[in-house]
Design a protein around this ligand. Sequence first.
Ligand SMILES: NC(=O)c1ccc[n+]([C@@H]2O[C@H](COP(=O)([O-])OP(=O)(O)OC[C@H]3O[C@@H](n4cnc5c(N)ncnc54)[C@H](OP(=O)(O)O)[C@@H]3O)[C@@H](O)[C@H]2O)c1
Length: 181
Amino acid sequence: MLFVEANGARIPAIGLGTWELRGRACARIVEQALRLGYRHIDTAQVYENEREVGEGLRASGVKRDQVEYHPYLDQSKVREACMRYGMALVAYSPVAKGRIKSDHALQRIGERYGKTAAQICLRWLVQQGVAAIPRTSKLERLSENIEIFDFELSEEHMQQISGMGSAGSRLTDFGMAPKWD
Ligand SMILES: NC(=O)c1ccc[n+]([C@@H]2O[C@H](COP(=O)([O-])OP(=O)(O)OC[C@H]3O[C@@H](n4cnc5c(N)ncnc54)[C@H](OP(=O)(O)O)[C@@H]3O)[C@@H](O)[C@H]2O)c1
């Protein structure tokens, strides 16, 4: 495969177009394309087939996925497996759906760095090589959540935060989710 490179992205030169592909036919062709080695699938809201593209992706078994990850949930096994297999790990619910902001231990650590509990939490994630996708509806928190690249947590603080997690502290459990622990 050749790749088109732009702005740090590496885009497979041949992808699959899906406009006007609908229903099971769409899911089947996407699944088959991924099995054949396609890694660039086009879709858009206006095609009204995002669900089927997703179904094809799921059925293909191609490795992908985000997981819930924040200091209350121990994801060390998943993280180590991702590192072993060269996979990116993306943390959803990274500030534990907002609960992190009133965590006293993280607030105390934050005082040492002049940062909020949420910033300490997000820094702990990215310092492990994990990407995080915090959601906010507040403009000021957009800045807060991205201003985490001007400091580094000490090893002691990294370990302290890692020690807050346990295996059974999942905040989201979809019916369709795998059996996690
Ligand atoms: N792949 C999946 O299965 C999956 C599942 C769940 C979520 N996700 C994705 O992951 C995203 C994030 O997860 P999430 O929405 O469940 O939870 P989250 O990002 O951990 O938490 C969002 C909540 O935290 C608050 N918040 C954000 N930044 C904050 C800050 N700096 N200080 C204090 N509070 C803050 C927000 O409130 P305000 O709006 O008031 O700031 C909001 O109520 C989702 O929106 C979605 O895009 C993916």
